[in-house]
Design a protein around this ligand. Structure first.
Ligand code: AHR
Length: 621
């Protein structure tokens, strides 16, 4: 294989090509990235959180009361907030009762670290105290603190607990020290050490792993979660901001409960913290496939009479993100601790929807109103999945008709599809909408674990996205996160449990792209001594250059079972750094535990080297 760079043919490509898709699926948010360690802290779980109305999903879920029957109840009179109507009422008639919560599969605690306990408390009379304990099944008491309250009105009480040992089987226990009535709500425990030490923050190890991809953008909150499975389940950003007790929790259509503790403010803050552009996706006034089967029984979309208010919500989102701190919604952002704007530039409208008349009508209303109010915002429409029986063509027809700025395409296909369709975007009409490849993954039959083969197929395909970076503006693998034992969708990019983060090889492909990318694509002449089409398409490359730093990134994927003798000719490129860093992923196609190996290489070696069998190699110059 001989590759000769032709810089005279260079073209500018998107600066946002690789990013991430974050959806609260597989317990990605609550019990995952969101740092809260208490499950059902607000006592708002409901049977309707589950598809078949499982009665175990109620206000008691995850809570255990040890004591006399009748001493513990869930009550609703004079709640902390109308959006958070349930709370725990302890009315103890004997000593030695306790209320405990074991989080999501047990709480994982680290030795010597601080944990921030907080709760809203109210007492009927006098002063009441209780002990807050962190107790490991295996190691016993790890920490305790004392809380007192004499307020007849809801009052937030906070203490810090330091753990004397590490354990993953911990529960939080509350031990009242007197008889009598105590009401409790929003019982919360956070590690002090969250990502960037934000309050109400994110689990640090997971957030660090995501940040290491260097994503240029973050799409949120879905996926299907964005449009829900009924009009009452449509994700409403206004329900997810402000004081935690004022947020409106909701059923997650993947079969669990969304606390909304990780809401729009936290998403936007995370984007800023990792230097990524926020890409919120909002329902186009219709739920999943225009139906309301599970979500309140209403078919179709939001009633026309309610559409103006719905559209205003979307326009208000722009003010929340970008408005001055003295505007109505900018003020709310400032009150949350961010007076400066978040610099929102993109909004997605719709997600994989069926392109029915109900959809068309609502999409057009939103598109026109948002464009009029905010022409500076790039709007992303939806074509949805690319395969037979979907509305891909209809989505594109609508985008063409309305001249939509960008369109969100999705495809989950076997590795062979990615190998055989590297020319997918070569033929796209550059005068039409730009593309956001919002969801893709090379997947194996039966949702089997991904491996080097799937990762290499993605790496191979990504070379074609760089080559087409003038029409493909963004691309994100989906889904991003999956909690072990709580996974509704496979494959995913990063698996995790309460103590470990387990990136897949596909993760390292995303990382290699995120960390090694330019904003200019440099075509090359390729001479391959082998002429067989089936062989040629298993080897792909791309060269990009960062115009600011002058750094050059050469990526080559070899999906052949044999090494390939290769030479790269950069003689037409002026001022190329002679320092080469080589980053290489290689192994057997079925391997699933491989990380890139990084070495320094002599520049002269680019003239003749071997690409390993089944490998992805990046040269950074
Ligand atoms: O990524 C998982 C799901 O796949 C998304 O929620 C949906 O958009 C798609 O069908």
């Amino acid at each position: 294989l001989h590759i000769s760079a032709e810089p005279e043919k260079a073209k500018a490509i998107s600066k946002l090509l690789t990013g991430i898709f974050f959806e609260d699926i597989n317990y990605a948010a609550d019990g995952g990235l969101y740092g809260e360690l208490i499950q059902n802290r607000d006592f708002e779980y409901q049977p309707s959180d589950k598809e078949n109305h499982d009665t175990k999903w109620n206000s008691n879920h995850s809570w255990t009361f040890k004591g006399k029957e009748g001493d513990f109840a869930i009550r609703t009179e004079q709640p902390l907030h109308p959006n958070n109507p349930h709370y725990a009422a302890l009315n103890l008639t004997v000593d030695g009762s306790s209320l405990s919560n074991a989080g999501y599969d047990g709480i994982a605690i680290k030795k010597g670290e601080n944990y921030l306990f907080s709760s809203f408390v109210r007492v009927a009379e006098g002063k009441k105290s209780f002990e807050v304990r962190l107790v490991s099944e295996k190691y016993g008491l790890l920490s305790k603190g004392l809380i007192s309250c004499s307020s007849k009105f809801w009052k937030e009480i906070k203490i810090t607990l330091k753990s004397s040992a590490s354990a993953s089987d911990v529960s939080l226990q509350l031990w009242p020290l007197q008889k009598g009535r105590i009401d409790l709500d929003m019982i919360s425990l956070f590690p002090q050490n969250t990502f960037k030490n934000r309050r109400n923050g994110l689990r640090a190890d997971l957030a660090d792993t995501i940040a290491a991809i260097k994503p240029r953008f973050v799409r949120f909150p879905g996926g299907c979660v964005a449009h829900g499975d009924g009009i009452h389940n449509i994700y409403r950003w206004k329900n997810t901001i402000g004081a935690l007790q004022a947020r409106v929790p909701d059923r997650n259509l993947w079969g669990y409960h969304q606390s909304m503790g990780l809401g729009y403010f936290e998403y936007l803050q995370f984007c800023e913290d990792i230097g990524a552009t926020p890409v919120p996706v909002i329902a186009a006034g219709v739920p999943c496939q225009n139906s309301g089967a599970n979500g309140g029984g209403q078919q179709g979309g939001i009633p026309m009479a309610d559409m103006p208010a719905y559209i205003q919500d979307i326009i208000d989102l722009v003010e929340y993100c970008n408005g001055a701190a003295n505007t109505k919604w900018g003020k709310q952002r400032a009150a949350a601790g961010h007076p400066k704007p978040f610099n929102l530039k993109y909004i997605g409208i719709g997600n994989e929807d069926q392109i029915t008349d109900v959809f068309r009508e609502r999409f057009a209303m939103i598109y026109k109103a948002l464009k009029k109010a905010h022409p500076e915002i790039t709007i992303i429409g939806t074509s949805g999945p690319f395969f037979e029986g979907t509305d891909y063509e209809e989505g594109w027809a609508l985008a063409n008709e309305m001249k939509v700025d960008m369109i969100d395409e999705h495809y989950y296909r076997p590795p062979g599809w990615f190998i055989n369709n590297q020319d997918f975007y070569d033929k796209y009409d550059r005068s039409k909408s730009k593309v956001y490849l919002g969801e893709y993954a090379a997947s194996l039959p039966g949702g089997n674990r991904t491996n080097l083969e799937t990762a290499l197929a993605e790496a191979l395909y990504l070379t074609s996205l760089e080559r087409n970076g003038d029409v493909v503006s963004m691309a994100s693998y989906a889904p991003l996160l999956a909690k072990e034992k709580h996974t509704q969708w496979n494959p995913d990019l990063i698996y995790f449990n309460n103590t470990e983060v387990k990136p897949t090889i596909g993760y390292y492909v995303q990382q290699l792209y995120g960390q090694n990318v330019g904003d200019e694509f440099i075509p090359a002449r390729v001479d391959f001594s082998v002429k067989r089409e089936d062989v040629i398409k298993r080897v792909a490359h791309s060269i990009t250059r960062d115009q600011k730093s002058g750094k050059l990134f050469i990526k080559i994927v070899n999906m052949l079972p044999v090494a390939v003798k290769t030479s790269i000719d950069l003689s037409k490129l002026s001022s190329v750094s002679k320092q080469v860093i080589k980053k290489e992923l290689s192994g057997l196609p079925g391997d699933y535990k491989i990380q890139p190996i990084i070495t320094a290489m002599d520049f002269s070696n680019l003239k003749s080297f071997e690409l390993k069998p089944y490998s992805f190699t990046v040269f950074e110059l």
